[in-house]
Design a protein around this ligand. Structure first.
Ligand code: PHE
Length: 329
């Protein structure tokens, strides 16, 4: 009998130490203190003892019962302590949890800065959908049916008809369809390309498209506005160059590179935008008479512009959402 008492006491002590919830406690109550529990069973056995033996064990048995009950009560009262603080306690040695206040993502900040420069030049902001039809993304922009840019390699086709837009230029078409010239707007947004992911390119990035359509818009004005933007954004000593290029929707076309030297690396040219005079065929596609109106358009890569400004040499960090990176801005 004495052995059983000791066994139950030590079993109880161990179980009560490992309690993690009220459910655990209920299991212990049933096992030890319930009407059919271990201790009740011992009392039943006690009844069958002879008159001589009873006094030997009675006291120890009562001590076991009281011990277990009071320990049980103590533990359950901690779990049931009301929220209002009565009976509960606070550990004043725990360091406070710091409330972190978020900031705009560095790309949002960059976009805002770009927008504010163009707004200052009289451009309004216009947006279009990221899921585009082949017509807006390619056909209306004067891409011939067999143009390599339609290739599955670059374009995410959602259906044979619809694509994730590969550039923001389709928003030019939407704008020209909806409003009459004179038009002067920038069109920021996300674009998607099915390219091998590397430090230089990612499947998703942002562009800021620009469009100005009016009578007598000139190539010199396009150049002037881009140089103004670059100097405002990067500072007057920014080193850049214009290069002849080709796009189906502009003629003539150019690209702009800026010079940058990533930390610990050789300096190099980095392409940041494409631009040109709106191709007459594009104007015809949206019923604007190219004999009366001319226009210029440009499309800038926001990530690359932010990389150069903030000295970031891997485009992927913009999308990792690593707080150690994001917190620096
Ligand atoms: N849409 C082109 C691109 O993504 C850039 C561009 C925009 C070129 C407008 C000319 C005019 O590469």
């Amino acid at each position: 009998m004495l052995d059983k008492i000791n066994l139950i006491q030590s079993g109880f002590d161990q179980d009560i130490q490992n309690v993690k919830s009220l459910d655990d406690l209920e299991i212990i109550r049933i096992k030890y203190l319930g009407r059919k529990g271990n201790i009740a069973e011992l009392f039943e056995e006690f009844k069958t003892l002879s008159k001589d033996e009873k006094p030997k064990y009675g006291q120890t048995l009562n001590i076991l019962k009281n011990n277990c009950q009071s320990k049980f009560d103590e533990v359950i009262s901690k779990f049931e302590a009301p929220e209002n603080g009565a009976g509960s306690y606070a550990d004043l040695t725990i360091p406070p949890r710091v409330r972190e206040i978020g900031t705009s993502h560095i790309l949002t900040q960059t976009l805002n800065e770009m927008k504010s420069i163009f707004k200052g030049l009289g451009f309004s902001v216009y947006e279009g959908p990221e899921l585009e039809s082949d017509f807006y993304n390619f056909t209306a922009l004067n891409f011939p049916p067999d143009h390599p840019a339609r290739d599955m390699q670059d374009t995410f086709f959602v259906t044979p008809e619809f694509v994730l837009r590969t550039h923001t230029s389709p928003v030019q078409i939407r704008l020209m369809e909806n409003k009459k010239p004179p038009l002067r707007a920038i069109m920021p947004g996300k674009v998607y390309r099915n390219e091998a992911i590397s430090a230089k390119s990612y499947c998703l990035f942002h562009q800021v498209e620009g469009l100005y359509v009016d009578t007598d818009v000139t190539f010199a004005e396009l150049k002037g506005i881009l140089v103004y933007f670059l100097k405002q954004f990067f500072g007057a000593d920014i080193k850049f160059r214009f290069r002849p290029s080709f796009f189906p929707f502009t003629e003539p076309s150019m690209e702009v590179d800026i010079w940058w030297t990533p930390e610990g690396k050789q300096g190099r040219w980095m392409e940041i935008l494409g631009c040109g005079m709106v191709d007459p065929n594009v104007l015809k596609n949206v019923n604007i008479d190219p004999e009366i109106y001319t226009g210029y358009a440009f499309g800038m890569g926001v990530e690359r512009i932010a990389m150069r400004k903030y000295g970031i040499d891997d485009i992927r960090v913009f999308f990792d959402n690593d707080k150690r990176f994001l917190k620096q801005f």
